[in-house]
Design a protein around this ligand. Structure first.
Ligand SMILES: CC(C)(COP(=O)(O)OP(=O)(O)OC[C@H]1O[C@@H](n2cnc3c(N)ncnc32)[C@H](O)[C@@H]1OP(=O)(O)O)[C@@H](O)C(=O)NCCC(=O)NCCS
Length: 139
């Protein structure tokens, strides 16, 4: 069974391996936990049988008007069972009361987010690939 939790507190690095598929220089599990601990909201999907995190979503926010969802991922073995959808829906509920909720995604994923009630938009971005694995702790 999959359990959904709203904090990364108590999660060990071994429980959160295998994410950032396709990233040449991904954050380590330790850095991943740091990202989640410093996010405004986090939802984790945990496989009760293995205690492994099999999906996650996070949001950064000012807590008043706006939130941005930088990351959503489900481990390949667990895809296609509704976990991704559930994570987004639970996150939108956590962000209830905020005016703006934004995320950026590839065009082929837009139908996935439309089904959950989001609308297509145009955005801008910068990617600093030398920092893809995350800013050093304390800098
Ligand atoms: C996108 C992702 C989170 C979806 O997770 P999931 O648990 O498989 O999602 P669900 O099972 O809730 O799928 C819901 C629907 O979205 C569709 N979908 C999932 N990934 C898709 C993709 N990349 N492109 C188009 N449709 C997709 C599924 O086909 C499914 O439709 P169906 O029910 O008609 O079969 C997962 O594929 C993933 O982790 N991808 C890699 C990371 C990524 O792209 N993250 C999003 C960053 S913006």
């Amino acid at each position: 069974m999959i359990t959904y939790v709203y904090t990364s507190a108590g999660i060990a690095p071994w429980q959160i391996e295998g994410f950032f598929e396709g990233w040449p220089n991904p954050p380590t599990p330790e850095t991943h936990l740091r990202i989640l601990a410093q996010s405004a909201e986090t939802v984790l999907a945990i496989d009760d049988e293995t205690d492994a995190v099999v999906g996650f979503i996070n949001a950064v926010s000012d807590g008043v008007l706006a939130a941005y969802i930088p990351l959503l991922e489900v481990l390949p073995k667990y895809r296609g069972r509704g976990i991704g959808c559930e994570l987004v829906e639970r996150m939108l509920t956590r962000l209830e009361g905020l005016y703006m909720i934004d995320l950026a995604c590839d065009e082929d994923l837009q139908p996935f987010y439309e089904r959950i009630g989001m609308r297509r938009a145009i955005g801008m971005q910068i990617r600093r690939y030398k920092h893809q694995s995350g800013r050093a702790s304390g800098s």
